[in-house]
Design a protein around this ligand. Sequence first.
Ligand code: DAT
Ligand code: MG
Length: 150
Amino acid sequence: MAERTFVLLKPDAVQRALVGEILGRFERRGLKVVAMKMLRVTRSLGETYYAEHKGKAFFDPLMSYIAAGPVVAMVLEGEGAVAIVRKMMGKTNSAEAEPGTIRGDLALTIGRNIIHGSDSLESAKREIPLFFKPDEIHAYARVDEAWLRE
Ligand code: DAT
Ligand code: MG
């Protein structure tokens, strides 16, 4: 069953011009981009999005990091998308992430780990509507078919 997951390229990924590199990995794997936008994460959105970490020692630095510049948010669709994206991202602590993973190839520390991906289908269902309205998410297969008929 095709499922959807939420991915956020954090401010350092944008600032380091790694958007194409990371997006290309997902596209080449076969995941479909069904929604994408560049935006700033406000303090209020950041607190809702990372609510599970409120009260932890790294919460304030995490809020500053996520709000430090524009991010690229996206919804990726495909069979097993949630687990596949997590595997491709590598461990949360970039220092421990395996080479071949996004963090293992492109990031050095836990505090600058360049990417977020939903950790479960439930998280994806909570996170996607924080960033996208229903009409900003596109039914990829149907769009493609209509376009081919023209
Ligand atoms: P992930 O982003 O792999 O889902 P998470 O949800 O546990 O990891 O944490 C969210 C972000 O918070 C993570 O990408 C980086 C930061 N973070 C987590 N644990 C941390 C820690 N021990 N020290 C500093 N930052 C941390
Ligand atoms: Mg997480």
